[in-house]
Design a protein around this ligand. Sequence first.
Ligand code: THU
Length: 132
Amino acid sequence: MDLETVMDAARNAASNAYAPYSGFRVGAAILTESGALHAGCNVENASYGLGICAERSAAVAMALADTEDRGIQLVAVSSPNAAPCFPCGACRQFLREFGCKEVVVEDPAESTGFRRYPFEEMLPHSFGPEVL
Ligand code: THU
């Protein structure tokens, strides 16, 4: 699956964001190791701290969809409010759990319209399930 298709899924998901408090809409799309696509958007709450980011909501959708396909090849992130929009620290750790290899963000400075980052650059020296 090409990256444009994955980013399109993230863009579409952003349009479903529930962000009445921040007004900051985010969509994420996860491409699994087996080639499945799972999207998520941020979902905020009147009890502010309970809101969930787009990246984590996509990872939860992935975990629910197929217990045999929970390896993350890459995650694409899109926001109409900011480009690039990088995953927050909590989401980086959440994605790390499932072996995420790469993060792709929209970047108007790039001719492709997006930029790819190895996950190791996003969360170096990370803690993961294999040490437990
Ligand atoms: N947010 C995400 O969903 N993903 C990001 O990468 C950054 C931030 C959400 C959380 C909150 O609903 C809103 O954006 C403002 O922080």
